[in-house]
Design a protein. Structure first.
Length: 465
């Protein structure tokens, strides 16, 4: 019998476990060495927990608008209720249970597909050997191919050290039993904006410290402006062009000191100031794996490192820190190594969402790229205020923006700002991936009334533009 290829994967997050499933499907013998629990931070401490918390916050946002839809909330005595409370301990209990359950589901699927999972730490001993350090000792794993998928961790600084109680990273917020009285969020990127939006909806006083001149500096400027207006309308305090110098705690109070000498005092602080790759002590130098100046593993578009037979996927590569991208990098690596049909990673087709209220979803070329002349494109922006379904649901904020190339009319990008924009972006994502024209997108049937009807309407407005 021919010898099966042995693939060893270090890290069990989306990049690792998805690669393992593909490799097993293609007939390889697969071992995953994982130290944190299958699913990785995406499942256990990041995406799944945060979006579960946000699901509760979304419901609170809907409840806040109930009166406009004609609903009256009553208390147990039949009187009008003026407030709706949140039991954060129960919310976080549900958050952590769902994360564990999702991890267990992934583990059972890996077991069903014949993937061996070792709980421990893995490191390279050359390009074709992984040393797995488990509770039972060390095991040397010979590998025909190695995939590194070790992820990243929240960035901290010596001047802002989390204590897990009042000064928190985004992985530590799920141990809170009571809503913070006043939460200071340091960092206005995706993570900071999501937590700020969620806790505002849950009823907490929130101050967002942004070193830039607006919320979400890396996202579509029009979309960021809508979110900033909504959050400040709901009571969030925004400190723009304000850089954190240090964070300190005295008893039950936390003080954030800014570089200009100002201070902000609250009950809790979430640090959302970026991520650092988990690439230390992996034996990368001995295997000839190159890292960049920030410590991220350097890979090409089929996930190869500079070391023959060694691939990498996910946040440890710093390519685009999304679970969907990590999973695709892992799949591409295995398709490439095992000789299956494979297309290089195309970041121009990646759709992503900021899970705020409203959500912001994007795909393809951005407004910034158009303005810089990186791509020539016409655009049309359609506010949701005129959408009949939006009116029925009491949705006032948001829009659909589409970009298409002059002459051909091919859709090359889009932005949706709306409740459930993460779902509404899908037809635009398909149009971008398949090089559809705006006319083709417009001529597909949509339900009346529906928010998705605005996607088709925006496409119709681009006819002959």
């Amino acid at each position: 019998m021919p010898t099966r290829d042995h693939v060893v994967i270090v890290g069990g997050g989306p990049g690792g476990y998805e690669a393992g499933l593909v490799a097993a499907q293609l007939g390889a013998e697969v071992t995953i060495v994982d130290s944190d629990g299958v699913g990785g931070s995406a499942v256990l401490t990041d995406c799944v927990p945060s979006k579960t918390l946000i699901a509760t916050a979304e419901l609170m946002t809907e409840v806040a608008g109930a009166a406009e839809l004609g609903l009256r909330l009553r208390d147990h005595e039949g009187d009008d209720a003026t407030t709706v409370g949140v039991d954060l301990a129960r919310v976080n209990e549900r958050v952590k249970k769902l994360a564990r359950d999702q991890s267990d589901d992934i583990g059972r699927r890996l077991e069903k597909e014949g993937v061996r999972v070792l709980r421990g730490r893995g490191r390279l001993d050359g390009p074709d050997t992984v040393i797995a350090v488990t509770a039972g000792g060390e095991e040397r794993l010979a590998a025909d191919a190695v995939l590194l998928a070790t992820g990243a961790a929240p960035r901290t600084t010596p001047e802002a050290q989390p204590d897990g109680e009042r000064i928190l990273t985004w992985e530590q917020v799920y141990d809170l039993d009571e809503l913070p009285e006043h939460l200071i969020v340091v960092g206005s990127g995706v993570t900071g904006a999501e937590f700020a939006s969620a806790y505002v909806a849950l009823g907490t006083e929130v101050t967002l410290v942004s070193s830039r001149d607006r919320v979400l500096p890396g996202e579509d400027a029009d979309a960021a402006a809508v979110l900033e207006e909504v959050l400040t309308r709901r009571g969030m305090h925004l400190l723009e062009r304000s850089r954190m110098s240090s964070v300190s705690r005295a008893g039950d109070r936390v003080t954030v000191t800014l570089t200009d000498g100002r201070t902000v005092e609250g009950s809790h602080c979430i640090l959302a100031v970026g991520s650092v790759p988990k690439t230390a002590d992996l034996g990368l130098e001995t295997a000839g794996v190159e890292v960049d100046e920030r410590g991220f593993v350097v890979v090409d578009r089929v996930s190869r490192t500079r070391a023959r037979g060694v691939y990498a996927a996910g946040d440890c590569t710093g390519v685009l820190m999304l679970a969907s991208v990590a999973a695709m990098q892992g799949r591409i690596a295995m398709w490439h190594f095992l000789g299956d049909a494979v297309a290089p990673l195309d970041l121009g087709r990646v759709s992503s969402t900021v899970f705020t209220a409203p959500e912001i979803a994007t795909v393809g070329w951005s407004q910034e790229a158009v303005d810089r002349g990186q791509v020539e494109a016409n655009r049309y922006t359609l506010p949701l205020a005129g959408n009949p379904r939006a009116k029925m649901q009491g949705v006032h904020d948001g829009f659909v923006k589409l970009f298409c190339t002059p002459g051909t009319g091919i859709v090359v990008g889009g932005v949706v700002v709306a409740p459930r924009a993460s779902e509404l972006i899908h037809p635009v994502s398909i149009a971008v991936a398949q090089s559809m024209t705006a006319d083709q997108l417009a001529q597909a049937f949509t339900v009346y009334p529906s928010i998705s009807g605005s996607v088709a309407e925006a496409a119709r407005r681009l006819h002959r533009v």
